[in-house]
Design a protein around this ligand. Structure first.
Ligand code: ADP
Ligand code: MG
Length: 730
């Protein structure tokens, strides 16, 4: 056969496992070799310049021009010694990818002499023509200037002989056009608010960092099969495909041994990641066939997020060498699990304490409790914003589907901790102490019960779960920039901590003892936020009912969810914490909506194209074969009962094909009409409801008939690789 599908399948026989070479046997020998990190700065910078960078990282202080020149010179010296020829400012525009514009170090003197140059001005600021990045109305094309500025907290690195300098990206008028700017601001308010609260318990704390350990899920598909699926190429997901007879029902993929070609790919990208200082640690198979996961050791959140974005880029690139395509889409295949990016998040002090790790002393435990309760209260208060922050055309397939956290935002604590909060709320005094001190969460304050912590208490159905020493925000999409949800979470928590401090101080002013004041306010917060706590199965229909009773929102609609970006509550939250202003929020809202609309638009167009130009002609071809065979049979076989049965069945198949092809053609036409109606409206904001409620449902309706045809039509004629081929070749 000569269909693209069979040609692609033939390619699989040619696959070999590429050799993976390591710079050295021990990863620690080359870890971070391509990063201008602190040890290298110390080597290449003057003492003064080095100290300046350290201060800037620690306190956010500005780097002056003279120091910038020195740093630039050191950076250039290091980079060119490693063969780098170009440099670029590397930033996170709101497209969801990272962007870069390369410039050569080379300059030409008037006499024609070439020399390498790079000064402080080029380090600190660059002016990419930014009119093509999404800005949601913040910038007119005629004033298309955007500025990038170095973020010293994230070190420069070299890829492909290019020195990449992590930067923020802001408009001429100072509005944020990227993810990093508000992320840094949110980390900053969180730092200040959390450090002040820490000082109730520990005066030596000067700084609090958010920590992030992301677990990245992804699918791997052979490149030839991928290229034979126009839907995968253009939308990142399959818009059709009947379920494979076997997929994940035997639960035989999760944690099973990793196939040879895949492990070579993993080693290869891990190797590249390690050179870039990305501390990848974990790799394993995921639940669905051809689905995998990797995770690093957690880091400070801003750096961790840069590393995640960088890793996604590396994973795409290294996949080419291995003839794989890596899919980060949240739901590339219907009927089997989709992919998330679990955000493990916690707070750490500059004195080395993880604030979400229950301690051994009453003091640290009250501190733990304080942060725990404030975080729960923040999630309760801003659950709509958190949901908006994780909503996208891709993630919408996961949220509320039966394999991923529901669209209801709830917090899981584990039964022990949950009980403890209940006891505190009800003022039940501490029980007799047990001997198991190590596993005990001892509070030792007369009014607080002692509790046992069970780290193995896990709930994988909760969107926001406590896992012993951190929270795991599991609902984040695999293709998402973590910064989106992190900005929301950091700001919401910072806001609650500030309020907490104010309320406690008020009681202390009234001569109430500090610990009593803290407990009193915590108790109030526990009561206020109780409804968001849920210990049961988040996938169950009972939870939907229960959540409704509790008044929790369950917003599955994207157009509805996005509204939380510009609600008064959100705007007030971001403005009073100086993270984003209303103009910036409006622009982000519009960008998310446009992205959603355009994705559905593209899916709808490509499905229409495939349906009309690939599927219907194939079905008709097969139908014609059947029709001819019925006629031929008539000529040669007896007119007995058996023969009649045979022709009747064949006619039945012919009819079925007619029904499905007719439906496909009618539905595709209707879908096109709906698109036209939507497109008359002149903005994405006006179009989104049409796209979500009028256009999108056709994707499933049309797919239904195509998938039925896939089961009828001769396998040899079917043009697109099938699920069993996509999911089981590796
Ligand atoms: P699991 O699949 O059991 O949830 P993994 O080992 O796959 O766990 O991933 C756990 C992630 O959580 C890792 O990236 C780890 O570094 C991270 N993590 C652990 N402790 C913290 C912490 N205090 N703050 C942030 N992330 C953390
Ligand atoms: Mg994991």
């Amino acid at each position: 056969m000569s269909t693209i599908r069979f040609k692609a399948l033939e390619k699989l026989n040619e696959r070999t496992v590429p050799e993976v070479t390591f710079p050295s046997e021990k990863v620690s020998d080359y870890f971070g070799s391509e990063v201008f990190d602190l040890p290298k700065m110390q080597k290449y910078l003057s003492k003064e310049a080095y100290q300046n960078v350290l201060n800037s990282i620690e306190t956010g202080s500005k780097i002056n021009r003279k120091t910038a020149d020195q740093i630039a010179a050191g950076m250039k010296e290091w980079a060119t010694s490693k063969g780098a020829t170009h440099y670029t400012h590397w930033f996170h525009p709101l497209t969801g990818n990272t962007a870069e514009k390369h410039d050569a170090f080379i300059s030409i003197e008037p006499g024609g002499n070439a020399f390498e140059t790079f000064d402080g001005e080029l380090l600190v600021q660059q002016e990419p023509d930014a009119s093509s990045f999404p800005h949601g109305g913040l910038r007119n094309t005629f004033e298309a200037r955007g500025y990038t500025a170095w973020d010293p907290a994230s070190p420069a690195f070299i890829i492909d002989k290019t020195l990449c300098i992590p930067t923020i990206f802001v408009s001429y008028t100072g509005e944020a056009l990227d993810y990093k700017t508000p992320l840094l601001k949110s980390l900053n308010v969180l730092d200040k608010a959390a450090a002040e609260v820490c000082n109730y318990f520990d005066k030596s704390v000067k700084k609090v960092f958010a920590t992030l350990g992301w677990e990245q899920e992804y699918f791997l598909i052979d490149e030839a099969l991928f290229k034979a699926r126009p839907d995968l190429i253009l939308t990142g997901r399959t818009l059709m495909g009947h379920a494979s007879a076997k997929d994940q029902q035997l639960s035989d993929h999760y944690f099973s041994s990793i196939p040879e070609r895949v492990i070579a790919y993993m080693k290869d990208f891990e190797n590249e990641a390690h050179k870039l200082g990305i501390p990848l640690k974990t790799r394993h198979n995921e639940v669905a066939p051809n689905q995998f996961e990797c995770a690093p050791v957690f880091e400070e959140a801003n750096l961790a997020n840069d590393h995640n974005q960088l890793l996604m880029k590396i994973m795409r690139k290294v996949a080419e060498k291995h003839h794989f395509k890596v899919l980060f889409h949240e739901k590339p295949f219907a009927g089997i699990n989709g992919s998330g990016k679990h955000n493990n998040w916690s707070l750490a002090t500059d004195t080395g304490i993880n604030l979400l790790k229950p301690g051994n002393t009453p003091k640290t435990n009250l501190m733990f409790l304080t942060f725990l309760v404030n975080i729960i209260a923040a999630v309760k208060e801003h659950s709509d914003l958190l949901r908006a922050a994780i909503m996208s055309a891709g993630n919408q397939h996961r949220l509320g589907a039966n394999e991923a956290p529901p669209a209801i935002i709830s917090v899981f604590l584990g039964s022990r901790l949950d009980e403890m909060l209940n006891k505190i709320e009800q003022k039940i005094p501490e029980e007799k102490k047990t001997k198991e001190v190590s596993r005990n969460l001892k509070l030792d304050i007369a009014k607080i019960p002692e509790i046992l912590l069970d780290n193995t208490d896990r709930n994988r159905t909760s969107p926001f779960a406590f896992t012993g020493n951190r929270f795991e925000f599991r609902a984040v999409g695999s293709n998402e920039n973590n910064a989106g949800p992190l900005i929301a979470l950091n700001t919401a928590v910072a806001d609650r901590l500030k309020r907490f401090k104010k309320e406690v101080d008020k009681l202390i002013d009234k001569k109430i003892k500090r610990d009593d004041a803290i407990l009193q306010i915590l108790r109030k917060y526990i009561t206020e936020s109780k409804d968001v706590r849920f210990e049961g199965n988040g996938y169950s229909p009972e939870w939907e009912k229960e959540a409704k009773k509790r008044g929790l929102s369950n917003i599955k609609s994207a157009s509805e969810a996005f509204k939380a970006f510009i609600s008064k509550k959100t705007t007030d939250l971001y403005e009073r914490n100086n993270v984003l202003n209303s103009k910036e929020l409006q622009s982000r809202y519009e960008i998310r909506i446009c992205e959603y609309v355009r994705k559905i638009q593209i899916e709808s167009r490509i499905l229409g194209d495939l349906a009309i130009n690939h599927i219907i002609p194939t079905a008709i071809k097969y139908q014609n074969i059947l029709v001819k065979s019925i006629k031929d049979l008539k000529d040669i076989i007896e007119d007995d009962n058996e023969s009649k049965k045979l022709t009747a069945r064949r006619k039945e198949t012919v009819k079925k094909i007619s029904v499905h092809t007719t439906q496909i053609s009618i539905l595709t036409e209707e879908m096109t009409e709906e698109r036209k109606k939507a497109n008359i409206l002149n903005t994405c904001v006006k179009r989104i409801e049409n796209y979500e409620f009028k256009v999108k449902p056709y994707l499933d309706k049309i797919r239904y008939h195509i998938d039925k045809l896939e089961l009828i039509v001769d396998d040899e004629l079917w043009p697109l690789p099938k699920y069993r081929e996509l999911l089981f070749n590796r």
